[in-house]
Design a protein around this ligand. Structure first.
Ligand code: SAH
Length: 356
């Protein structure tokens, strides 16, 4: 195969609504072939450290939102984070992802020091995923050595975005603009969406996939929306659903369609088979994601006493495991489908290979 025929918005929409098993089998096969050709058979592992569950935002879907008084909040110490990073090196991972709520108790200087220490003591690439911060903070962390930044835009439908993200006083939230800024100062950038948000239509989802292409993302993570009862979107009776026939289901199948289409539209992107997908199919969701376009997994290295408190949605996969258990489990899953564990940092093929 040479190149991938450009999918139009109409093609994307048709595939999103496709339910014929034989046609879908062709889509999986096509996405898997493109994945093999453009990013190879290695599956890169990113050690996920959920280092704070404090959050100042009120995102209508997320269990960590500031209004949820039932969450026991924690913030890991710098030494605890460093210990996780060293453990990740021991497992052979090339990257750690530092993720948290939007926690302004995490200062620019404090997180900068943590990044500097990880970079000084290990060969790891460092990815940050700490929400919408000022350009000053983001540039400072880049100077401290941070390599990548993950910030999902969640939906490209502005009205739906506004409905599920109450703004901070006086601050306009524009995640695509922030992603462009991050790219301009040298970060590898990652984004993504939730699938099946109440009110999200097929048209919206087709626009999301087109926005992946337009933003020229290095990493794209997608997963089903999972209702959390302690959030506004977790209460069925309060929902504003899209018109009949237009509401995207938050299903496992729809997630595979989006993973596969994302691979076809952004062939060089690093695409994880996500924890949310593993949550809707604990048996083999990870493997099916990897066979339908994905090339990354993010084993959790957060210490067990904290990970159960990082409940962005309920029944999250791997919540009771230790880092070692997650490591062994991921290794077996990858090997069981005939793929290899990635070596090195797994930098973006979008930057390093493609230069057309
Ligand atoms: N505070 C950071 C990290 C958020 S958690 C930030 O805002 O970027 C990472 C991702 O989990 C979110 O971007 C969102 O897409 C996903 N998520 C949160 N709540 C969810 C839910 N109820 N169901 C599915 N995914 C969810």
């Amino acid at each position: 195969m040479n190149g991938v025929p450009r999918l139009t918005r109409g093609d994307i929409l048709r595939w999103l609504k496709e339910n014929d098993r034989v046609r879908l089998a062709q889509l999986w096969e096509w996405a898997d072939a493109v994945r093999h050709e453009f990013v190879g058979d290695e599956v890169h592992l990113r050690g996920l450290i959920e280092f704070s569950n404090y959050c100042s935002r009120q995102c209508a879907y997320c269990g960590l939102n500031a209004r949820n008084a039932d969450v026991a909040r924690y913030r890991m110490s710098a030494d605890e984070i460093l210990a996780c990073a060293h453990q990740a090196v021991g497992f052979g991972y090339g990257t750690v992802v530092l993720q948290s709520g939007e926690d302004y108790g995490i200062t620019r200087e404090w997180l900068g020091d943590v990044v500097r220490r990880i970079k000084a003591e290990t060969p790891l690439a460092v990815t940050l995923s700490v929400g919408e911060r000022t350009e000053g903070d983001l540039a400072y962390w880049k100077d401290c050595g941070a390599d990548r930044y993950l910030l999902r835009f969640e939906t490209s439908n502005r009205a739906l975005y506004d409905r599920i993200h109450p703004p901070r006083a006086g601050i306009y939230s524009d995640r695509p603009a922030l992603l462009r800024y991050l790219r301009s100062i040298g970060y590898e950038i990652g984004s993504g969406v939730m699938i099946g948000i109440p009110g999200q239509t097929y048209e919206d989802l087709a626009d999301d996939i087109e926005l992946f292409r337009e933003l020229d993302l290095d990493m794209i993570g997608v997963g089903p929306f999972l209702p959390h009862e302690k959030t506004p979107l977790g209460k069925e009776e309060e929902q504003l659903w899209a018109p009949l026939g237009e509401q995207v289901p938050n299903s496992e199948l729809m997630t595979y369609k989006v993973v596969a289409l994302t691979r076809l539209v952004c062939p060089y992107a690093n695409i994880p088979s996500t924890t949310a997908l593993a949550t809707v199919n604990t048996k083999n969701g990870r493997e099916l994601g990897l066979k339908r376009g994905a090339n990354i997994v993010m084993p959790n290295v957060t210490p067990p006493q904290y990970r159960e408190k990082y409940e962005i949605y309920p029944a999250k996969a791997c919540i009771r495991e230790t880092a070692d258990m997650c490591h062994q489990c991921m290794k077996h899953r990858i090997q069981s489908i005939g793929r290899q564990i990635g070596k090195g940092r797994g930098d973006s093929p979008n930057r390093t290979i493609r230069r057309d």
